[in-house]
Design a protein around this ligand. Structure first.
Ligand SMILES: Cc1cc2nc3c(=O)[nH]c(=O)nc-3n(C[C@H](O)[C@H](O)[C@H](O)COP(=O)(O)O)c2cc1C
Length: 166
């Protein structure tokens, strides 16, 4: 089962694995099939190290052989999701989930990084203004095997034929 990994082996990610992961990511659904996503595959050591301070000094970001940065083009997304919102954060989250699950199936590890400063990530990778940075993940072979984190019970999160009690 997938879990977040925060220690990585230096071993490279084989290109064939990376290609299959990106292919699974490409197949994600999106609002009106807008596919407003772009993925920056960062393998250069200097660039990876520049990302660490941009990610609140989470040093394992640079430990993995690959970091993937998920970006969105707002205007390519569905503009009236639910009648009130733009779909790009959802589209990116779904695509990133495909990426993370495909990586797990390949025996690779990831950790969704949401604690980052968008302007610092943009500066580190020279990303133009028109893109929004939605999330990052290191990608590599795990060098730790932490226990699974606990989850709420099904009875706490699912209700049948009625609204949640709380
Ligand atoms: C939107 C989002 C942002 C997250 N940001 C971070 C982060 O910046 N650093 C980190 O170490 N983990 C981050 N995580 C991982 C969560 O802490 C982790 O998924 C959660 O504790 C459950 O653990 P598990 O993924 O091992 O099941 C993030 C997860 C999500 C979905």
């Amino acid at each position: 089962m997938r879990k977040s990994i925060r220690k990585y082996k230096p071993e490279a990610v084989p290109d064939a694995k990376l290609d299959r992961i990106l292919e699974a990511t490409r197949g994600a659904p999106s609002g009106k099939n807008g596919q407003p996503w772009r993925f920056i595959v960062v393998r250069n050591k200097t660039l990876k190290e520049k990302l660490v301070p941009a990610c609140r000094n989470q040093s394992y970001v640079a430990e993995a052989p690959v970091v993937i940065v998920g970006c969105a083009v707002e205007e390519e997304s569905y503009q009236k999701q639910g009648g009130y919102m733009k779909s790009w954060p959802l589209d990116l989250a779904i695509a990133f989930t495909h990426l993370i699950l495909a990586a797990t199936a390949e025996g690779l590890a990831t950790c969704w990084i949401g604690a980052f400063d968008e302007s610092e990530v943009k500066k580190a990778l020279d990303i133009p203004d028109k893109f929004r940075v939605v999330g990052l993940t290191p990608l590599g072979y795990p060098a730790e095997n932490p226990p699974h984190k606990n989850r709420k019970q099904i009875s706490e999160i699912v209700s049948y034929d009625k609204a949640p009690a709380k």
